[in-house]
Design a protein around this ligand. Structure first.
Ligand code: AMP
Length: 508
């Protein structure tokens, strides 16, 4: 059964159950029945107004439950939606609007510029509350139709739209609804939403929650930026399933109240999007002894994630860094060399994903689609293939992620993985987070600077840096020890919850 059928069933059998909760939004919450009926009416409006124009539709806003009404309305009308969070700068929003040729922009928050086809929150509200029309099921997006388009940053500076079909999403959900080893369906679980909806990590919490009949508890930007509000919201949520980047969990771990005593029903931590440090997983298992910590891996181009490992104390003891796990059913991972030949277990190469959640490519960009996507036959079945640009290897049947191919640098002729240095820094007692940035002179990398967040008080930055370098040189050859170490209270993060390397570079 697919995502739309599941939501429909919950809307009939579990009418008054809260589907989405977002305390600081214009609408606090929405039930399954409202979600279904409102999206039906808005879908009818779209179909009636735009008829044969099947271009994707931009939905702009933050975490209001009406965002989800708009998403479902688009797909029920047979159109893909394209979520854009308020944190996306205006110029990028304009790029996305012009790229998609969106016939209407559902603007749940005010835009700083005024596209003439914008429909405001109040107008949406009046459509879904006054009319009582139903869209025909024959209009819904079909299996190979694009369900959503998420724009990610492109190396050229223009965002590129990753197209995910209904089938990709359903194949992902069949797997994500069993993450942690139990069927999450009908457990009445509350899922935390940290990532903005324009970031594909949010697909993991939003749709796994809707697919299993859960409640999505949104943490708005305002809440995430205020530690008191954050801890209060978490206490109140009754959260069972946690979905976030490891960086966000690290931020929460800095709060003393973030523990099982205050958040007693937390059963499952699901991580994706960046490396899960051993220390983060260890602290979470200590603070939440009854919870499981699951590391998952994948790019937007393969519908959020496709590998999984339960990070038990045994796994923590055995591996540092942690593996990202084994591929799900329906997905095959190959490690390939530069020529595209498969490499054996143990050898490092590019991680190539082949399977039933791989995107159909970048929206209207056959040029870059051709570079990264292809097809491959596995056991008599042809799947789509995506070259991730990530480096990894298999060991004990587990996939290990080693970093981006493009974060590999040469310093005075030496080949260095920046994450190698970062991971070694984070192994040192008292170091919470570390990011290493290459410093260029006349366009050539000349030295390295490490930005470090420590959990002890720095009296003298100079003395602390000397001592840290000395410790680091115990693990690394001299050329890998950063020339300069800058201590920071915390490492800046992007709106998507990842380390903001660009911002750190500007600080050099
Ligand atoms: P995004 O498309 O924004 O989800 O970013 C995908 C990229 O994030 C991947 O290609 C990896 O470089 C990185 N990534 C995702 N999951 C993990 C993980 N569990 N560990 C390390 N890196 C990850």
């Amino acid at each position: 059964m697919g995502i739309l059928e599941k939501i429909k069933i919950y809307s009939e059998n579990n009418k008054d159950k809260i589907a989405i909760y977002s305390e600081n939004s214009k609408n606090k919450s929405i039930t399954y029945q409202e979600l279904w009926d409102f999206s039906d009416r808005l879908a009818f409006y779209i179909q009636n107004k735009f008829k044969d124009n099947k271009s994707p539709i931009v939905v702009y806003g933050h975490k209001d439950p009406f965002m989800i009404v708009c998403f479902l309305a688009c797909v029920k009308s047979g159109r893909a939606y394209c979520p854009v969070d308020i944190s996306v700068p205006d110029e990028r929003v304009k790029d996305i609007i012009s790229e998609t040729k969106s016939p209407v922009i559902f603007a749940l928050e005010k835009l700083n510029f005024s596209p003439e086809n914008a429909v405001s929150f109040e107008e949406i509200e009046s459509i879904i509350k006054s009319e009582n029309n139903k869209i025909s099921e024959s209009c819904y997006v079909k299996n190979d139709d694009v369900f959503y388009i998420i724009f990610t940053s492109g190396s050229t500076g223009k965002p590129k739209g990753v197209q995910i079909t209904l089938d990709c999403l359903n194949n992902f959900l069949k797997w994500s609804s069993f993450l942690g080893g139990e069927n999450l369906e009908n457990k009445n679980y509350v899922y935390i939403n940290q990532a903005p909806f324009s970031f594909d990590l949010s697909v993991m919490d939003l749709y796994t929650s809707l697919y299993t009949g859960g409640t999505l508890w949104c943490l708005e930007k305002k809440v995430q930026m205020d530690y008191n509000l954050l801890i209060e919201s978490l206490k109140k949520s009754g959260v069972n399933v946690w979905v976030s980047t490891p960086s966000f969990a690290n931020l929460c771990l800095a709060l003393d109240d973030f523990n099982a005593e205050n958040i007693p029903d937390l059963k499952l931590f699901l991580f994706c999007g960046e490396t899960l440090p051993n220390l983060t997983a260890k602290l979470l298992l200590e603070r939440f002894p009854k919870a499981k910590v699951i590391n998952t891996y994948g790019p937007t181009e393969s519908t959020v994630a496709m590998t999984e490992i339960d990070v038990t104390p045994e796994v923590l003891d055995k591996y540092s860094p942690l593996p990202v796990g084994k591929p799900k059913n329906g997905t095959h991972v190959f490690i390939m060399d530069e020529k595209g030949s498969d490499l054996p277990e143990g050898e490092k190469g590019e991680i190539v994903i082949v399977g039933d959640t791989v995107s159909v490519g970048y929206f209207k960009r056959p040029d870059i689609t051709k570079k990264s996507f292809g097809t491959k036959n596995v056991n008599g079945k042809t799947y789509r293939l995506y070259r991730t640009g990530d480096e990894g290897y298999f060991k004990d049947g587990q996939l290990f992620y080693c970093g981006r191919i493009d974060l590999q640098i040469k310093l005075h002729g030496y080949r260095i993985e920046l994450e190698d240095i970062e991971n070694n820094l984070m192994k040192i007692k008292g170091i919470k987070n570390a990011v290493v940035i290459p410093v260029k002179k006349d366009g050539i990398i000349d030295s390295l600077t490490a930005f470090v967040a420590a959990d002890y008080k720095i009296e003298s930055s100079l003395k602390a840096a000397i001592s840290l370098k000395k410790e680091l040189s115990e693990f690394l050859p001299p050329y890998m020890v950063p020339k300069k170490i800058i201590f920071k209270d915390k490492i800046p993060m992007t709106n998507n919850g990842k380390v903001n390397r660009k911002k750190l570079m500007e600080e050099l």
